[in-house]
Write a protein that binds this ligand. Structure first.
Ligand SMILES: *Cc1c(COP(=O)(O)O)cnc(C)c1O
Length: 407
């Protein structure tokens, strides 16, 4: 397909003034050549790249956009706050309103502290757990993503052994390995950090088993350690009260970000009373952490999600997508695996260790107007309606046809 190459020109300029031309997941998370890097505009579940091509968006800014891009009610509230002030000497009244709303929504929460990025929140959870227990060891699942600073970054470049000195690993959903890691931590166990579900890149997703979740809770209870839930990615897409509510297991501390302000920069730690004093003592702050606009946006986001049963809608649309994909894969004789919650879909192809098929599928679907990801979980929003799902399935049909030609 012929198109302008504004994207290519921007990449070339970026390579001169930005290391590698781009950082982090945009660079390393395995989008095939041919995907745009730069975007011009977005509305609802539709996005447009700088070369003017439009797509049904299945990444939602890699999670933050949960009500659709530029949701009118959220943006009206954000603009009204912006007209009054955003980055001031202290927070606006909206901080207290939002904290009250989060404590009312999140089942385990007695308090909340705000910051900017998910990494701020996961790091604060770890620090608060250590401050509250007076211990050092943290159990983390092998391969789980918790952020991009030395204690948890997936890259070891610039990371010292000391940065990871008190991190012990276990395998997600593997009780024996969790027990073994807890034994190694012994009396120095500060906490167990778990993702809401196993959403490691480039492998099938796994929901936590009830036994695994209960075991993590029981170990923390027996050791008087903290159970830390990383709800940064799944938060508010699975359950309004926290992603482990359906399991009946409540964490002591949870990390939130991505979706909570529908694309505005905000993160939060929620905690129970046991860690309130520790959270008070830990020095947590950042230059932009009191900004009022993202908090106003978050308050509106929570209100709309609850009013419109956002989780239920995303689940229905996710199921429609999953069923449609299953029918298409059958029709084309192409084996796929669809795993994880339907509203956070991941589609992997059988016999595709090198992602040759997944990449071909995504590139053909991209050309046909859907922005999918070959190996990272995708995200639905409440802006995805039946017609949008069906349009995406139409593009997926082109993807399956391309894969069928390769196998
Ligand atoms: C994105 C993510 C983080 C880090 O959040 P940032 O806002 O990128 O710092 C942490 N944990 C999980 C599970 C995430 O998906």
């Amino acid at each position: 397909m012929l198109h302008n190459d504004i994207d290519g020109a921007l990449r070339a300029r970026a390579r001169l003034v930005v290391p590698g031309g781009m950082w982090g997941h945009q660079n390393a998370a395995g989008l095939p050549d041919g995907y745009p890097q730069f975007f011009a505009s977005a509305e609802g579940c539709r996005i447009r790249d700088v070369d003017g091509r439009g797509y049904v968006d299945f990444m939602c800014s890699w999670g933050p956009v949960i009500l659709g891009h530029r949701h009118p009610e959220v943006e009206a509230v954000a603009q009204a706050q912006a007209a009054l002030g955003d980055c001031q000497n202290g927070p606006g009244a909206v901080m207290v309103e939002l904290a009250e709303a989060m404590v009312a929504t999140v089942a385990h929460a007695d308090w909340v502290q705000f910051s900017k990025n998910g990494t701020d929140a996961t790091t604060a959870c770890v620090t608060i757990a250590r401050a509250g227990t007076g211990r050092r060891k943290l159990l983390v699942a092998r391969g789980s993503y918790h952020g991009a600073v030395p204690w948890c970054s997936p890259s070891l470049a610039g990371v010292t052994a000391e940065d990871r000195a008190h991190i012990l690993q276990f395998d997600y959903n593997d009780i024996a390995s969790l027990d073994e890691a807890a034994d190694r931590a012994g009396a120095d166990l500060a906490g167990i950090l778990v993702a809401a579900f196993r959403h490691d890149i480039a492998r099938d997703q796994e929901l936590p088993t009830p036994e695994f979740a209960a075991r993590a809770r029981a170990i923390c209870d027996a050791a008087d350690a903290a159970l830390l839930l990383d709800d940064v990615r799944a938060g508010f897409r699975l359950h309004p009260g926290g992603s482990w509510e359906p399991l009946g297991v409540r964490p002591d501390l949870s990390a939130w970000s991505k979706s909570i302000a529908n694309g505005h920069a905000l993160a939060a730690v929620t905690g129970g009373d046991r860690f309130r004093e520790a959270a008070t003592k830990v020095y947590s702050t950042g230059s932009f952490w009191t900004a009022a606009v993202p908090m106003a946006a978050a308050l509106a986001t929570l209100r709309v999600l609850a009013r419109d049963d956002g989780v239920g809608h995303m689940r229905r649309m996710g199921q429609r997508f999953r069923d449609g994909m299953a029918a298409l894969s059958d029709r084309h004789g192409v084996g796929i695996r669809q795993t994880g919650p339907v509203q956070m879909p991941l589609v992997l192809f059988e016999n595709d260790a090198d992602f040759r098929l997944g990449n071909a599928f995504c590139l053909a679907a991209l050309d046909a107007g859907a922005y999918f990801h070959p190996r990272h979980n995708m995200f639905l929003s409440t802006a995805h309606g039946p017609a949008d799902i069906d349009a995406a399935l139409g593009a997926a049909e082109a993807g399956f046809a391309a894969v069928a030609r390769l196998i």
